[in-house]
Design a protein around this ligand. Structure first.
Ligand SMILES: [Zn+2]
Length: 272
């Protein structure tokens, strides 16, 4: 979730130090700086990898002016397009003074560092620009926001690439999966649950009976987003289907803090 604690991950490889995602700015990145000094890693050249172009993953980029920043091509495009605007919008989350720095080296489908045993792959899902980092030696896969507990935030209208990405993660079956927020995963359970959810959304077969309060709220937010995209694409039936799904979920339990969202979905429904 944006604004929640984002995981930054350091990899000390043969010739470089790789930093995956830079969170919210200078204050949180201060811990990374201290750690690098403590471990005597400041002489190594740093390469920063940004998993995707959401502000809570790259606001600390400018803290390391010597570093080279890499990212998927669309990640750069996104940051160039909405970085400044989102900085103003979410300024309350800033940890120190933020300067927007997009990736300086981009790749399309894959970028490999064979000597470092690291591979960066375009894995669209949560956003079009999502990419993952695979640490070959340790069999660790860093997936950014493509995996989330309990269910992912859907932020693209087309769910097909997301399904493919999650299927690929399962086929790859790494020892450890590091998500962008929350706990590291030592099995595929959460990936499988996330895949099931995205598939069910795409087939309109979501079953809410096991959903918790948080689950329901997230699902309804997702449905609002997808319904808006469907309306923009003038696919009215699809929009109705999403709104219906969100409304049924929200009406299942009578939670006070769901009332606003419920009203929003109902208004959207009437506007179609
Ligand atoms: Zn994100």
């Amino acid at each position: 979730k944006m604004g929640d604690t984002t995981i930054s991950y350091l990899i000390d490889s043969a010739n470089y130090v790789f930093l995956i995602d830079t969170f919210l700015g200078p204050i949180s990145m201060g811990y990374i700086k201290d750690y690098l000094i403590e471990k005597n890693l400041t002489k190594k050249k740093m390469i920063i990898f940004i998993t995707h172009g959401h502000w809570d993953h790259y606001w600390g980029n400018a803290v390391f002016p010597e570093a080279l920043i890499i990212g998927q091509e669309l990640c750069r495009t996104k940051i160039m397009a909405d970085g400044q605007q989102n900085l103003e919008k979410y300024i309350d989350f800033a940890e120190g003074t933020i300067q927007i720095v997009p990736p300086q080296i981009t790749f399309l489908s894959k970028l490999s560092f064979p000597e470092e045993n690291l591979e960066f792959t375009h894995t669209p899902g949560h956003t079009k620009c999502c990419a993952s980092c695979y640490d070959v030696l340790d069999d660790i896969l860093i997936v950014g926001d493509n995996i989330e507990d309990p269910i992912p935030y859907l932020m693209e209208g087309d769910l097909t690439p997301y399904i493919t990405t999650l299927e690929n993660y399962i086929e790859q079956n790494p020892k450890v999966i590091i998500p962008g927020h929350g706990k590291e995963q030592e099995n595929l359970d959460l990936v499988i649950r996330n895949l099931e959810y995205v598939r069910n959304v795409s087939q309109n077969t979501v079953d809410f009976t096991e959903f918790t309060k948080t689950h329901i709220l997230l699902h309804a937010e997702n449905m609002k987003f997808l319904a808006n995209v469907a309306m923009e694409n003038q696919t009215r039936d699809l929009a109705l289907q999403y709104l219906q799904s969100g409304l049924v979920a929200l009406k299942q339990e009578n939670y006070d803090n769901h009332q606003n969202l419920l009203r929003e979905l109902e208004d959207l429904m009437h506007s179609i």
